[in-house]
Write a protein that binds this ligand. Structure first.
Ligand SMILES: Cc1ncc(C[n+]2csc(CCOP(=O)(O)OP(=O)(O)O)c2C)c(N)n1
Length: 325
């Protein structure tokens, strides 16, 4: 499958925005009192969200987890509203009620990010069921980690999704760690993708630091899902270059292991490819970098100038009126 120049540039831009957004957060969360709550980042894992989201149609749904910023930005979330939400401000995409860990951006069909490990797959089964029931030509993507793939909810979700041939793509972001536990300490199988066999669905291992490989796998899975053949499990092998959260000193991650994976940066990989294929010039790449930096700086300014919600606003948006159609 040929990937167009425009698509490669789109994915490069998407990964760069995510990296710059999170590098800024790394800086900001070290300033006491600046940002409330934990800071969980996906630095180095950008190819997963950016590759998968580049394969989606606007009506597709994504369900994400605690490591969500890249997924949401790649899906098209407004960086200003996202940054303001992380700051807990009223102008945030969830009016300051979510902070970084419970983000939802319904305008781009990013319906929820759940911090309950393994909470995403059953929710994705629900949204995919609705898509199938309404005869929509859309799919649900569920992003989760290798730790989540050991939860019972993951297995129940895959079973039902397969049984009902639901249009869902399960994307396991295997970054080799679940909290402080290394992969081999919590999982026996070499490849999580092998678990697809138990549920009679396709399973594929992909280099999660190669955005074009991720994109290809997601396009194939989407095609299977919309042609009513059911779900796919994609395992993206990648690496958590930062700690579980930014306060984690990574004492349990070997330094040479981190360094080796930093070398496999997905952004550098696509940039080098794009330069050697003549898709972009050095100057154009630097300009893109500068532009992403400007977007992030503007988002920080927007967030800092925005007001906090008043205490009374905590009681708003608690209930929604619903209608079954
Ligand atoms: C049900 C549940 N158990 C434990 C936790 C605490 N916890 C938060 S993140 C995490 C690790 C998750 O690892 P993984 O699914 O591999 O995702 P990653 O953090 O590596 O992206 C744990 C154990 C939780 N939030 N929910």
């Amino acid at each position: 499958m040929q990937i167009t120049k425009e698509k490669k540039i789109e994915m490069l831009r998407s990964m760069l925005l995510s990296r710059q957004f999170e590098d800024k957060l790394t800086e900001l969360c070290k300033i006491e009192g600046k940002i409330p709550g934990m800071m969980i980042l996906c630095t180095g894992q950008e190819a997963v969200g950016s590759g998968v989201c580049a394969a989606l149609a606007p009506e597709d749904i994504i369900i994400s987890n605690h490591r969500s910023h890249n997924h949401l930005l790649a899906r098209g979330a407004d960086p200003n509203a996202l940054m303001a939400e992380i700051y807990g401000k009223r102008t945030g995409c969830n009016k300051g009620k979510s902070g970084t860990l419970h983000l939802a951006v319904p305008e781009v069909n990013a319906l929820c990010t759940t911090t309950v490990v393994g909470g995403g797959p059953p929710i994705a089964v629900g949204t995919a069921f609705a898509q199938q029931y309404r005869k929509e030509e859309s799919v649900t993507v569920c992003f989760f980690g290798d730790g989540a793939a050991d939860e019972g909810s993951f297995h129940e979700a895959l079973n039902l999704a397969s049984l009902w041939r639901l249009p869902v793509i399960f994307v396991c972001e295997n970054n080799l760690y679940a909290g402080a536990q290394r992969y081999e300490e919590h999982t026996k199988v070499k490849d999580i993708a092998d678990r697809a066999i138990a549920y009679a669905m396709p399973g594929e291992v992909v280099d999660g630091n190669d955005v074009t490989a991720v994109y290809r796998a997601a396009c194939k899975a989407r095609e299977i899902a919309v042609s009513e053949k059911g779900p796919t499990l994609i395992e993206c092998k990648t690496y958590r270059c930062h700690g579980h959260g930014e306060a984690d000193l990574q004492l349990y991650q070997p330094k040479d292991e981190i360094a080796a994976w930093v070398e496999k940066c997905p952004i550098d990989k696509l940039r080098d490819e794009a330069l050697s294929e003549g898709l972009i010039s050095n100057d154009a790449y630097e300009e893109m970098n500068r532009k992403m930096n400007e977007i992030v700086e503007n988002a920080v300014r927007f967030a800092e100038e925005s007001p906090f919600p008043s205490p009374e606003e905590a009681l708003e948006d608690v209930f929604v009126s619903s209608r079954i159609s």
